[in-house]
Design a protein around this ligand. Structure first.
Ligand SMILES: [Fe+2]
Length: 144
């Protein structure tokens, strides 16, 4: 049995680009829901659904940000930031896949560690990496 404090949404998480902020709220809710549902014993079917939902929303959201990077030439302006940003996205997706595979194989021991990685990752990524990207977009006149 595990239990995590949910991530409480706060305006500190706003990056100043409406579509990114709206998706971040959904992503925080999806991760909170995954934490809550995985805190109790679940069937294999349910845990696959939870991790699938989390992964597909995360991928959809990362694609939104990465298409904004292309649209606004982020890699040309800030190559190191853009590369680091994309690398962090891949790390999150890989960790969700690892969580899914671990749960599938019955390796429950690392569940708590993996979920706290995802929680910490999301907060840290939004507050640092996404905020830096948001400031870049704002400077380029993008806030919607
Ligand atoms: Fe991001």
């Amino acid at each position: 049995m595990i239990s995590h404090e949910p991530i409480l949404w706060s305006d500190d998480y706003l990056v100043g680009v409406e579509r990114i902020d709206a998706q971040h709220k959904v992503l925080v809710n999806t991760l909170n829901e995954a934490n809550a549902r995985l805190a109790v014993n679940v069937t294999r079917e349910l845990l696959e659904q939870i991790t699938r939902d989390l992964l597909s929303y995360a991928i959809y959201h990362f694609e939104t940000e990465e298409s904004l990077m292309r649209e606004y030439d982020y890699a040309d302006q800030s190559a190191a930031d853009a590369e680091q940003h994309r690398r962090e996205h891949r790390a999150f997706s890989q960790q969700v896949v690892a969580l899914r595979d671990g749960l599938r194989d019955g390796r429950l021991v690392s569940r708590e560690e993996q979920l706290s990685f995802l929680n910490n990752w999301l907060v840290d990524h939004i507050l640092n990496t996404d905020k830096r990207f948001g400031e870049f977009l704002n400077r380029r006149g993008c806030s919607g």
